[in-house]
Structures are given as C-alpha cells and as structure tokens.
Design a protein around this ligand. Structure first.
Ligand code: FMN
Length: 213
C-alpha cells in the first residue's frame, strides 16, 4: 500500500472507532524539571481520555512512576527497542502515532524543542513527532530557564514548529525551580488539560467527532 493510501486508511479507521470512544491522548515528557508535574498532568487527562505516556531518558529523573494513574502505560526508549526484533514486528513509535488522536508534549525541554525544529529523531519521543500525521493535533508546553527561553534559538525553533502545525501552550512568568524569576515555567497541568479539551469540544461542536482530524 502506498504511504498516502495507508495514512488515509489509518485516519478512516480512527474516525470509525472515534465516534464511540474516549479521545486517545498521548502525553509525552522531556527533561525539564517541570516533568515532576507529569503525574498530575496524566491524572488531569485520564478521567476524560484514554491516556498513554512517553518519557525521554532525562525526564525519568523527574517523573515519579508511582504517581501515574493506574492503567497509564509509560513508554521509554528501552520499550522502542525491546519490542522490535525482526521485520514484521510492530514499531513502537509508529504504533503510538497510529493509536493517538492527539499528542501533548509537556514539558517540552529546550533540547527536544531544538531537535523537533531540526527534524532530529534519536529517541522514542522525537521519532513519534518525526512520524506524526499533522492532520492530528500536536500541542507542546515548553518549560525552561528564562535565559534558555530568551535565547535567540528559541524563537527560531518556535517558528519552525509553528510551520509544522504544532500548537504552543506558552510558558508563564514566575519564580522558577532554579531560583530565577522570569518567563519559562510550564503552564499548569490544569491549563494544559483545559486547552486541549476545549479544542476537542469546539471541533465536536463544529460537527466533528471526538476524533479531531
Ligand atoms: C536538574 C536539572 C534541571 C533541568 N531543567 C531543565 C528545564 O527546566 N528545561 C530544559 O529545557 N532543560 C532542563 N535541563 C536540561 C535537560 O535535562 C537536558 O538538556 C537534557 O538533555 C534534555 O533531554 P531531553 O530533551 O531528551 O529530555 C535540566 C537539567 C538538570 C540536570
């Protein structure tokens, strides 16, 4: 099957299923200190949606796996490689892209922002993004030190991801974990949740299903 044919078949299949099920949200964390709120973020979404989670190696320093809701599977780079042995086996980053209606990267680190903007894909999270079907929404909530946020690279990288069709949930100004005061703190999990949910509900009101393509 040609790529475009298979992508369209994938979308049709999701549309058929979506009418009768909860939205499928793929939550991903990268290695910002704000990943300590990832468990809270998963809880915010898991009443309303089916949730699967992805974590970069660096983010695992901040995530308390025991704080994740029961039933939310957290996928890491190890799972990407342990689940594949030979041609014919499923490829995790493709399976997760197929499964998800929406992807939300929160927190988005400066490093992962730069990699997405440059098209790099050297871990599970960035492979999902590189293989993403941009007919489906992808939200990011950056979180970094104010000097990182104000670095000229940030604006360039944000412009590149905007061109891809990625939606920004902007950071906020407050006292940061490192002690500096300024912009760069991740939006609160409740705000990230309400932004995504309002987006989905507005699509449904416009005549779509919970599948927001
Ligand atoms: C204690 C600590 C806190 C950090 N906090 C942040 C942060 O808030 N934002 C950020 O972009 N990077 C932060 N970093 C740096 C990232 O963890 C580092 O760039 C890492 O390579 C990111 O990898 P990832 O993008 O693959 O998750 C922090 C590093 C440490 C050691």
């Amino acid at each position: 099957m040609e790529y475009s044919e298979s992508a369209s078949a994938e979308r049709e299949q999701t549309q058929v299923n979506a009418a009768s099920r909860k939205p499928r949200i793929l939550l991903a964390a990268s290695g910002s200190v704000a990943a300590i709120k990832f468990g809270n973020l998963c809880h915010c979404f898991s009443e309303w949606a089916e949730v699967r989670a992805v974590a970069t190696r660096a983010s695992l320093h901040f995530i308390d796996r025991a704080a994740l809701p029961k039933g939310v599977v957290l996928y890491t780079d190890e799972d990407e490689w342990s689940s594949w042995n030979k041609i014919g086996d499923s490829v995790l980053h493709i399976e997760l892209r197929r499964w998800a209606d929406i992807m939300v990267i929160a927190p988005l680190s400066a490093n992962t922002l730069g990699k997405i903007a440059g098209g790099l894909c050297d871990n599970l999270l960035t492979c999902i993004v590189r293989a993403w079907d941009y007919n489906k929404p992808l939200f990011v909530a950056p979180a970094m030190n104010t000097f990182m946020w104000n670095n000229p690279f940030t604006e360039r990288h944000l412009m590149s991801i905007d061109e891809l069709g990625i939606s920004l949930i902007p950071p906020v100004t407050k006292r940061l974990a490192c002690g500096d005061y300024g912009n760069g703190a991740m939006a609160e999990p409740s705000l990230i949740y309400s932004t995504v949910r309002l987006f989905v509900e507005s699509k449904i009101q416009q005549g779509g299903s919970s599948n927001v393509h």
